[in-house]
Design a protein. Structure first.
Lengths: 121, 913
């Protein structure tokens, strides 16, 4: 009998601790995890779009065309290219950043909605 | 994978004294470990109660989470229902925002629950502790006693149970249960052995070692039964069990794992458990073998991880000729003469490269410093192409220094370049065009295989610049990166002193040693296993490396071993079928066929054959029983591998008059041991009477006429290392040549004029001589025993021709007696049998009367020439007569010819049909 009681006590302590720790985790380890995720995704986007490479070679002509006109055309094309890429990159960054904000807001928001709907009862 | 292991002193153990504050019961059997500046200990209780508590915790958690999960799903359904209702009324954001419903209360509550579930799973995964690598501690002092260990600050203490994977921990718990079921008082390593032997990885280890799982579990059961049973208690961990746990941490740390895996526990059992060690000993498994197999299994996991990482990075590499910065140009001309290795690597069509970090590192270093390019110099088969494949792969995943990034590795094909370039200057123009494209594009690393082929090639028939000089001009300007390959011989001859030799940084690629080759084979194994659907055992891999080293001198590691592996895999699949285990015996069979020498285990049949070797030799050879016995003994020793592996199989000297069977015995040995009479290299030493003739044996020095051909002896042995080397009339050779053989007989090798070391350890060396023949004949007539004759010969006649150290090198000096009439009679019969066999193919039977044979012997007997005149007599009397009969049609098919005295042949005509 005592054995069962002890067991129940262990289970109860385990579960209540995990409930208490939930919000703490969400804004500590969980937050760190979310931030790392967003950072990784943004750097992946940079890799895929190759913005860094483009910046480095901005003044180097495309297709090894070292004539004056070649350089001029190349610079224009590269700048347009860069603009397009930057827009894409900013969209991606905003998207992932929003995800991070959602993570921050999620718990208070849900609690607020619970509060709102609880008033109906 | 070949990082130098950290110099970490082995784990030290200290028993926890009962008298400490921790209390008497608790400290029992516990140990503290001192390892790399950390104190290791095991605190976790693994008695039945705590196991039960762990289980309870696990199940209650599972139930709790499942219940919440169900609620979460229910809430989501309610939410969806609400959404449909709103859509029915007319969908608008405002409607959703303003909806207030009990249903929505449940929905939002369920969202919180879902978030909680996410947290529960994630945080549990984060809890897992990983072994962190620390620099080998500076306080590597050896702690002398327990008190000193206690003084180590608490933050350096590691409770190791947290580092066990869930699987490993479960096995530890199971071992406690196993011990308790058997009513044992202590949990010993053998209990863990019992449960771990059923784990899939451990079973894989034993399968690779060729140990039957049934046999293993029987042995474990038997050893468990020996232990004393008591009344049932909660068993405590024994001291050796604690030692095992700490040892497993050491094992995991040393192999750079983040967790203590099942295989670490397994190795630790083998290190500490006395019973487990005894079982291994009985199964003929060494601890090192065990560790190698575990490494093998780990290699495959590492390779899989590496491959996944590679694939995900390869996505970013552009497909076509263009680089990511778009500065490159199309290279249509170059493309005609080349293939793009980075594209092949991106498509996964290059060999996977293992264990070549050092060479890649030196390529990077050379290119990053100030060289214009590198040349990989190594023998064919040492893995130059694999290194290039490895470079291509790393360039695809951009795991390379900046100079190699965003570039293509393009292999220039020399044959395509040269083909069809007939017009004067066409070849040079092609190369210039290619170089121009490479320079303009700027994203190309050029790989030129066998660059020595470029030297001396031009379209102007030897005048003007050759291709290498054209290329070198651009290399000197450092216009682009060139990676080339060559072999040591051609490099030394053509490249080193030329202009290319100056511009290209030489990177030697040396042959792998046995350990590295083993690793390569282990990495390769899964590919071949997949193709052929067979499994390699560890012993088969070890055998491949061993035999390739011992018997295939002509080629290099690792290629020769890899090729052997492919052949053996295909062979086993063809002969034994799919899903079979490749054993060392299979490898031996293939190698035996390849090198034409028996190396498989001696079968019972062959054993009997070897034991009756004397009888078999006497079927061909009459008399000389002492010599036959000595030769047979030498061959038996060799076949049972009891011989010295660093010398020839046997060095023998046959002495005696001509025509008594010296050469015949040699031929017989070649046939019996090497499978055919053809496996004999015969050198007539009377042709080597001058000192100069050494050149003919081992080749003339480089630069002389025929300087790069190699000598007659060395070339013959190089081509057929498994043969009988017969040196006829050795006493006639020049003393300097005898000195040459002194080395062969002693070290089993000889260096030829090209500097190659020729291996003589698999030859049977037989020297014959008829020095001292008159003495032998005289003493035999006086009926002196053979042994005495031999001793007398060595001291008198032989001493005139040979130095004592030369005679000492022989394993046996055998004296062949002159033949007696009785023996000659047998030889005559043997020779007549040969004639009969030839007639047999014409459908004619030959018989000879006793008197006729006697007559032949009498006519053919000449004490000075042995049996040789007999052959002539038979030729004259028998063969000639038979030929006449055949030509005149007196002998036809199915007739019987009977030889009678006086050289008469009587024909018994067959009945006409």
């Amino acid at each position: 009998m005592t054995f069962i009681l002890t067991s129940l006590k262990i289970v109860a302590v385990d579960i209540s601790w995990s409930i208490v720790y939930f919000p703490i985790w969400w804004y500590s380890s969980g937050l760190k995890m979310a931030a790392l995720f967003v950072f990784r995704k943004i750097s992946d986007a940079e890799q895929a779009l190759a913005i860094g490479i483009l910046l480095r070679y901005l003044f180097k002509p495309m297709y090894a065309d070292y004539t004056k006109s070649g350089r001029a055309i190349s610079l224009v094309v590269r700048i347009i290219h860069l603009c397009v890429l930057l827009v894409l990159f900013i969209v991606a960054t905003i998207f992932y950043f929003t995800l991070f904000i959602v993570w921050l807001m999620l718990i208070p928001a849900v609690i607020y909605f619970i509060y709102l709907n609880a008033q109906v009862i | 994978m070949t990082e130098t292991p950290d110099k970490i002193p082995p784990l030290q153990l200290y028993p926890w004294p009962d008298s400490t504050s921790e209390g008497k019961g608790w400290a029992k059997n516990r140990l503290l470990g001192w390892f790399n500046g950390k104190v290791l200990y095991w605190e976790r209780d693994v008695d039945e109660l705590s196991i039960w508590a762990t289980k309870l915790r696990y199940f209650s958690r599972m139930t709790w989470l499942t219940m919440l999960g169900l609620f979460g799903v229910y809430g989501l359904l309610l939410g969806a229902w609400q959404l449909f209702d709103i859509i029915d009324i007319g969908f608008s954001i405002k409607a959703i925002w303003e909806a207030r419903e009990p249903r929505l209360l449940f929905f939002w509550a369920s969202v919180i629950v879902d978030l909680y579930l996410y947290y529960a799973v994630k945080s549990e995964a984060q809890k897992k502790r990983l072994i962190r690598r620390v620099k080998p501690a500076s306080q590597q002092l050896l702690k002398t006693d327990f008190e000193e260990i206690l003084k180590v600050p608490r933050k350096e203490w590691i409770e190791i149970s947290q580092y066990l994977t869930a699987e490993s921990l479960q096995l530890v718990e199971q071992s406690v249960n196993a011990s308790s079921t058997l009513k044992h008082q202590l949990v010993e390593p053998i209990h863990l052995m019992e449960v771990i032997a059923k784990h899939k990885n451990v079973r894989l280890v034993f399968a690779r070692l060729g140990v039957s799982p049934k046999l293993l579990s029987e042995m474990i059961d038997r050893s468990l039964k020996i232990k004393v049973q008591g009344y049932r208690v909660t068993p405590a961990l024994s001291q050796s069990y604690h030692q095992l746990l700490l040892g497993a941490f050491e094992e995991a740390y040393l192999r750079r794992s983040e967790n203590i895996e099942v295989t670490d526990l397994f190795i630790a059992i083998m290190k500490t458990g006395k019973t487990a060690q005894a079982i291994l000993y009985d199964l003929d498994v060494e601890i090192d073998e065990l560790r190698n197999v575990v490494t093998w299994i780990n290699i495959q996991t590492i390779l899989r991880k590496r491959f996944r990482r590679y694939r995900s990075k390869a996505r970013f590499k552009p497909k076509g000729n263009m680089n990511r910065s778009m500065t490159a140009v199309a290279t249509p001309f170059l493309d005609r003469f080349s293939s793009d290795l980075t594209q092949l690597a991106k498509a996964g069509m290059m060999t996977f490269c293992v264990n070549r970090e050092a060479e890649l590192e030196s390529i990077y270093r050379a290119v990053e410093s100030d060289s214009n390019g590198v040349v990989l110099v190594g023998n064919p088969g040492v893995g130059r192409k694999t290194i290039i494949a490895g470079l291509a792969e790393r360039m695809v995943s951009e795991d390379v220094p900046p100079v190699f990034r965003d570039k293509r590795l393009v292999s220039l094909s020399m044959s395509a370049l040269i083909a069809g370039a007939k017009a004067p200057g066409a070849l040079e123009e092609r190369l210039l065009n290619i170089v121009a494209e490479v320079m303009r594009s700027g994203n190309i690393v050029l790989f030129i295989e066998d660059i020595h082929n470029m030297i001396g090639i031009n379209t102007e028939r030897g005048e003007g610049l050759d291709l290498s000089e054209v290329l070198d001009e651009f290399l000197k300007k450092r216009s682009f990166i060139v990676i080339a390959s060559s072999n040591p011989l051609d490099y030394r001859r053509y490249v080193e002193n030329g202009s290319l030799g100056e511009s290209l940084h030489r990177i030697p690629v040396s042959e792998m040693d046995e350990n590295q080759t083993t690793l390569v084979l282990e990495a390769k194994s899964s590919e071949i296993e997949f193709q052929q659907d067979v499994y390699f055992s560890y012993e088969s891999i070890a055998a491949m490396v061993k035999y390739a080293k011992r018997y295939m001198h002509e080629r290099f590691f690792p290629e020769k071993a890899i090729q052997l592996m492919e052949e053996v895999g295909a062979f086993v699949r063809r002969t034994h079928g799919k899903k079979q285990i490749v054993t060392a015996e299979d490898v031996a069979q293939i190698v035996s066929v390849k090198v034409k020498m028996p190396i498989t285990k001696i079968s019972e049949k062959e054993g009997a054959k070897l034991m009756n070797l004397e009888t078999r030799i006497h079927e061909r050879l009459v008399g000389q029983s002492e010599a036959v016995k000595m030769v047979s003994e030498a061959l038996r020793r060799a076949r049972a591998e009891l011989r010295d592996l660093k010398r020839p199989i046997a060095n023998l000297m046959f002495l005696g008059p001509t025509g008594v069977g010296k050469t015949e015995l040699s031929k017989t040995v070649a046939e019996v041991y090497f499978g055919s009479e053809e496996a004999m290299i015969r050198i007539d030493m009377s042709e080597y009477q001058e000192q100069k003739s050494i050149d003919r044996l081992i080749g003339a020095p480089p630069g002389m006429t025929r300087g790069d051909e190699g000598g007659y002896l060395t070339e013959a042995v190089r081509r057929t290392p498994f043969s009988l080397l017969l040196l006829d009339e050795i006493e006639k050779a020049h003393p300097d040549i005898l000195n040459l053989f002194l080395q062969v007989m002693d070290d089993g090798r000889l260096t030829d004029s090209l500097g190659r070391t020729i291996d003589f350890t698999n030859v049977v060396l037989i020297a014959t001589s008829n020095a001292g023949t008159p003495l032998i004949q005289k003493r035999v007539r006086e009926k002196v025993p053979i042994k005495k004759i031999r001793d007398e010969l060595i001291n008198t006649e032989l001493a005139k021709h040979f130095r004592p150290e030369f005679l000492n090198r022989f394993d046996g000096i055998m004296v062949f007696k002159p033949l007696e009439p009785k023996e000659l009679f047998e030889i005559a019969e043997l020779l007549l049998n040969k004639v009969a066999r030839r007639l047999d193919s014409k459908g004619i039977v030959l018989k000879a009367t006793h008197e006729a044979v006697e007559e032949l012997v009498q006519e053919g007997y000449d004490p000075a020439f042995g049996a040789r005149p007999l052959r002539r007599v038979i030729q004259n009397k028998v063969d000639n007569a038979l030929a006449n009969y055949l030509l005149t049609g007196k002998l036809t098919r199915r007739d019987v010819a009977i030889l009678e005295p006086g050289g008469v042949i009587r024909v018994e005509k067959a009945e006409r049909l």
